[in-house]
Design a protein. Sequence first.
Length: 66
Amino acid sequence: MKVQVFHESANGARTDLGMFELPHMPPIAEPFPVNSQTFYLAKAYFGPDEDGMYQLILEGEPGHMQ
């Protein structure tokens, strides 16, 4: 599924992290890697919209993959 991923900061500001092709949505509160070094926690997801797109909202400070 095509998923538009956003990071939402504590003050409510959203940053668009891009489009991802995912086999399924990650469970809420699980780490979601946005690249090979950084992850955020899954907060919520929405969709599909009228175009078949989903949204994934991430939260928290960036974590680093080890």
